[in-house]
Design a protein around this ligand. Structure first.
Ligand code: NAD
Ligand code: UDP
Length: 315
């Protein structure tokens, strides 16, 4: 049993992580400032004897005696991380430093949540952990992608300087129940549009690709990495790459929707291709995703009720 801190514990991934950690017998402290997270995501855990929730902003230091730290706090969708960009930079950078300082003080094992966005608009595919990326250092996504690169740099520097046990997980696009329906990301946008028979917004010509991982798979990869004796960088995602147009066909089929495709401008610095190379995770963590897209989308759809859909789509 490890005394474990999950920052961003009331968020999409963080809440599933808290749940799995409790199931596996750990003591969990979820820390969140509720910027994009919600008590609703963890309401079923609040009475658990080994669960504690703290309202705190990781931009400010905190002292907690813990053995494991998952630093998950940070908005993840482009519209959320661009909404208050300075806050996003502070969360990723000062938040990472504060959590690394905590790890140093208590000799805790720490995992920093990074992202496929550190590969930017990648020039190689699939993306291996060795690829350094193609990132616009001051572009409209830089408050997120460059700040996550800083968090990686800080993590590696603390590990080398203070000999603390660190891990970096580069998470690829993840979907599932509890994702926010107004987060502006492609899976949620397309599901909500399809369910309401509204136009499906395809940015650009829809030939850009992404790879979508079901939340259970992503969280099991994160846990496998934390438990392993590897102190390194790992991609966690589903290599099942598809174009956004292909994704829209799957969603239209599963929802039996009458929606039509409409084409809108591609956002600046939008990546043209995303596909994780997960050889390293397969070899060293004995992990690979198990849930295919049809199954994962069906599991997500059953959690989206009519009133929720209507109430949550306006941001
Ligand atoms: P989310 O927005 O649902 O969760 C983030 C949580 O962090 C929220 O509960 C939010 O309130 C909290 N938070 C934000 N700023 C904070 C601060 N300053 N102090 C304390 N709490 C703060 O997003 P998510 O999808 O669960 O993402 C979790 C992590 O995984 C993030 O670090 C994100 O960058 C990373 N990630 C997610 C994806 C994905 O597809 N979901 C992909 C790549 C990386
Ligand atoms: N996208 C789209 N329509 C939408 C939302 C997103 O075509 O309504 C595209 C977007 O341009 C990008 C891809 O889907 O190429 C994945 O975007 P998302 O925001 O889901 O993820 P991220 O950019 O964070 O990987």
């Amino acid at each position: 049993m490890k005394r474990t801190l999950v920052t961003g514990g009331a968020g999409f991934l963080g809440s599933f992580l808290c749940e799995k950690l409790l199931d596996q017998g750990h003591e969990v402290i979820a820390l969140d400032n509720f910027y994009t997270g919600s008590r609703k995501n963890i309401s079923h855990l609040l009475d658990h004897p080994f669960f504690e929730l703290i309202r705190h902003d990781i931009v400010e230091p905190i002292l907690l005696e813990v053995e494991w730290i998952f630093n998950m706090a940070c908005p993840a969708s482009p519209i959320h991380y661009q909404y208050n960009p300075v806050k996003t930079v502070k969360t990723s950078e000062m938040g990472a430093i504060n959590m690394l300082g905590l790890a140093k003080r208590f000799r805790a094992r720490i995992m920093q949540a990074s992202t496929s966005e550190v590969y930017g608009d990648p020039l190689v595919t699939p993306q291996t952990e060795e690829y350094w990326g193609n990132v616009n250092p001051n572009g409209e996504r830089s408050m997120y992608d460059e700040a996550k690169r800083f968090a990686e740099a800080a993590t590696a520097t603390y590990a080398r300087t203070y000999d603390i046990k660190t891990k970096i997980v580069r998470i690829f696009n993840t979907y599932g129940p509890r994702m926010q329906l107004n987060d502006g990301r492609v899976v949620t946008n397309l599901i909500v549009q399809a369910l309401n028979n509204e136009d499906i917004t395809i940015y650009g010509d829809g030939s850009q690709t992404s790879s979508f991982s079901y939340v259970d798979d992503t969280v099991s990869g994160i846990l496998a990495l934390m438990k392993s004796d590897k102190y390194d960088v790992f991609n966690i995602g589903n290599p099942n790459e598809m174009s956004i147009k292909e994704l829209s066909s799957v969603i239209l089929r599963l929802t039996d929707s009458k929606s039509k495709l409409v084409y809108e401008d591609l956002p600046n610095d939008d990546p043209k291709q995303r596909r994780p190379d997960i050889t390293k995770a397969k070899e060293h963590l004995n992990w690979e995703p198990k849930v295919d897209l049809d199954c994962g989308l069906k599991l997500s759809l059953i959690h989206i009720s009519e009133p929720t859909r209507q109430a949550e789509i306006s941001y």
